[in-house]
Ligand binder design. Sequence first.
Ligand SMILES: [Zn+2]
Length: 435
Amino acid sequence: MTTPEMEPEVEPRIRAAVDALFDREVAFLSELTAHPSTRGNEQSAQDFMAREMGDRGLSVDRWQIDLDDIRDMPGFSPVIGDYEDAVNVVGTHASRRRTGRSLILNGHIDVVPEGPHDMWDSPPFSPRVDGGWMYGRGAGDMKAGLAANIFALDALREIGLAPGADVHVQSVVEEECTGNGALACLQRGYRADAVLIPEPFNETLVTAQVGVIWFQVHLKGVPAHVAYAGSGANAIEAAMPLITALHAMEERWNGAERRHGDYGHVDHPLNLNIGRIQGGDWTSSVPAWCVFDVRMGVFPGQNLAEARREIEEVLRAAAQDSDFLRNNQPEIVYHGFMAEGYALSQDRSTAARDAIGALGGAHERVTGRALDTAAITATTDARFFGLYADTPALVYGPRAEAIHGFNERVDLESLRRLTQTTALFIAEWCGLEDA
Ligand SMILES: [Zn+2]
């Protein structure tokens, strides 16, 4: 849709405005990345986002998530404890004319733990720019995307324009462990005709994402002095055959006959990760307990209840072969992601087709290349909008490296292109009106 204001000369003006503001955008990203917004510590980063949105004239909605509001909604992931430290921020541009299609620009503020600082070349929360990259935990995943969402709107305002439809800029918590932050935005009533989530997938449109299940396996038994320990009566060693059995399940789930259509070319789409293990109390005592945390992927359309049953059956069967476990059945606790897969490629709606077309056109004009697509082996918050709000959710963001790793970094020229593409996408999708 092209409104009268979307004249041919407006496009170069929008791109020039992104360029004119780009130093400020990099400074914004640097300040945002300096907030160590790991889970439970997002408040100062959210304060910053709320202030920046308010300064720009967006109406700011800042609220604490209440578990009781969302626990019965589809897509909810179980958590231990409450949410007294989980705050979402949404800034809304209310269009005066509402002639275009509305949009949610979503991003998550939480970052994964940075790990040992001596594995980084420079401190993870002291962002630095080197060779065109900004380094820092969260710079790529996904504070660059949050910056692009804000500065795409800034570029329009810089030349006296605003979206011709309502735009909600969301900064949510909990993307890296449950997605309950995005779910809480749905519960609060935020809806739009399309969603853009600039997760760092190298300026490629994500057409399918896997689901993710997190669970803990608790093993407990009677402790003994090491002198009397028979083999297999050790809670830590008992974990080993269970892990082997889970990996065998992983191979079955990746088998050709269970492959989802979007993942035909992906070598090993569903990954099982043993992410943490704890156990035992003393070097010369046979460990009485062990807990390990598992992440497992599922395909779009794969039923989560059936997946859970299969996981439990695999663990039960493996326990029958262990002297320790036969008498001490493993206990499974679901804590964190209980996320279905989502495939934008399956969305046959006009809105999906038009939104992908508008993004593809903007991408092509900015980069000179056709828009590539990919099925990814991770999850994003896109599933909430696509599965539970009937809204096409486009995941498209900058080029980044070592996300979740050491020396995480984002390509700043890629961020500039993303911001231009986002601004052109907004102009096309929402139309334009005078600011
Ligand atoms: Zn992310």
